[in-house]
Design a protein around this ligand. Sequence first.
Ligand code: GUN
Ligand code: ZN
Length: 457
Amino acid sequence: MLLPIHLTLYVKNKKTMSVVRLYAGLIINPLETSSAAPHLDYIPDGCLIVDEHGTIQFVGTLTDATMRFAETQIQRFDNAVILPGLVDTHVHLPQYQAAAVGTGELLEWLNAYIFPLEARFVDEQYARVQAERFFRDALAVGTTTMSVYCSSHKIATHVAFEAALNAGVRVCMGKTMMDTGAPDTLLSTPVQNIQDSMELATRWHGADGGRLQYTLTPRFAGSCSWKLMLECGNVAKTEGLRVQTHLAENPSELAFIAELFPHAASYTDVYEQTGLLTEKTILAHSIYLSGEERSLLKERNCAIAHCPCSNRFLQSGVMPLRSMMNQGFRIGLGSDVAGGFSLSMMNEAREAAESSKTWNILHRGGELPALSAEEALWLATLGGAQALGLGDTVGSFKVGKEADFVVVGLDALMPRDTVFHSYPNLAARLVYGTAGMKVEHTFVRGKELYRRGDSVR
Ligand code: GUN
Ligand code: ZN
């Protein structure tokens, strides 16, 4: 097995003499575009320079870097690619144990498998063990930023924040709010839901220099009363907090919501009327939307968490990804574990590409360009960061951004003597996991949090 050459050395910046770290290898860098035109840049002998705060000071070639910096000691990743940390815009921590488990569509699956599992998070010790494992496993597959639904328990959410703080991962996370439509042990009143959420937000929002952020998390209109959604919408506005919820995922769910809220013009209108649609709102799935609903979401500048593995696993449907990208939505990818079966965002990227082909198969005559592997990688990195409002902080390599990145072993991905040797093909083999994708190292703010075969923390 080939391992990247691994040296931990420090150099001094000629000008400031502050301690910096240099990382060298083949860099894949998402360009700062929108989902309407996602592109990747490649720097063959690339170099990242990161200061002691974990902020990127330089991105470019190794030659240029060594000219600007006095000493040329570097952490070299030969036969590897360096890419931005992967961003999971939608995932349920308390469902991790159910990954790949269960059958049936959304509403039956929630009742049969998910609610009983989430109820176990009333036990603080169990919640702690699960949270620690969840973040450790996410870092091991290269995920550095996650938008997380915790269980509906305040203490379990607090414990999850503690676990994220210690793991070093970047999170936007919240206690799932529910006051109806689930077993009583998972419910609390609107007042209690808001009070618990605000106490957690006061403690955790912005912790560790903004690495940990609080997200208001009304589960979906099927488990929240009008009153709870209204109060949540008010708090979102007054406190300027993110909101995450589910929208238009499954035909039975759509019928259920229409029955619950007959006065609303549509599923999207339920969230519109309760004030939940803001530029800090991330809507998972969003498969079955009318033209009016899409226009409204666009007007409100809401972001979309596209969850193609889950959309297939739960037989929910096929999202019209390309047309939503063309419409200019901010779109990231979400594992939606345990609707999705794995924490790996490379799986999700692959499924996003395959799912867009499925859409074409189902719409012969109206085909749109299928999502390429490079575009899928863009969505899994910068697209996700933009969807979470973190596009100025992470998601690509740019001076001033924080140095969240992943190193993936290269030889297994791309035999050197193949006629298919090209950067787009390299990205394709990365996304499709051909010959096995191996995350060797995961860094957040320049700090190594995972090294394959080793626990570095
Ligand atoms: N809709 C409401 N709750 C859930 C959930 O936990 N998973 C998915 N996929 N959809 C939901
Ligand atoms: Zn979900």
